[in-house]
Design a protein around this ligand. Sequence first.
Ligand SMILES: Nc1ncnc2c1ncn2[C@@H]1O[C@H](COP(=O)(O)OP(=O)(O)OP(=O)(O)O)[C@@H](O)[C@H]1O
Ligand SMILES: [Mg+2]
Length: 144
Amino acid sequence: MELIVPLDQIHEAARIFWQKAGGKVFAFYGEMGAGKTTFITALCLAKGVRSAMGSPTFSLINEYVFVEGGESHAIFHLDLYRIKDEAEAVNAGIEDCLYSGNICFVEWPEKISGLLPEDTVHVSIAVINETSRLLKIADSAVKF
Ligand SMILES: Nc1ncnc2c1ncn2[C@@H]1O[C@H](COP(=O)(O)OP(=O)(O)OP(=O)(O)O)[C@@H](O)[C@H]1O
Ligand SMILES: [Mg+2]
């Protein structure tokens, strides 16, 4: 699936993403400044996350909460930019997040490609111009 995401329509794009994409673990690829954190934030808002969000640049693991069906659920947001290798990620408890059954967003997933669950949904973000981005969502978990 491809999705053009103009910044001023990012909330609509996030709703479409949740309608079309299944899965729990979402690996976001894209160069620095591509828009990974921005789109992940929009996805969290679309789920109804109200806790403070932002770039997890200075923390490896951010945890947010949303309510669905009367129950609280966690969302993990991992920014692995500063992670050296998979061993460091394992020590930091990254696998506990990836295999927790919760929604999990991963920035810089190429750092831990060997740790990602098999059913990870792979999403690449590329810059089209200063007002929009192109998302490509690849995987069997995509519903169409
Ligand atoms: N869909 C979009 N259209 C236009 N601009 C965008 C879009 N998404 C994000 N941006 C802009 O791109 C810049 C970088 O966004 P963001 O921090 O989300 O990138 P990133 O991929 O998470 O970068 P990093 O690798 O450093 O974490 C911000 O100025 C943001 O406003
Ligand atoms: Mg980021």
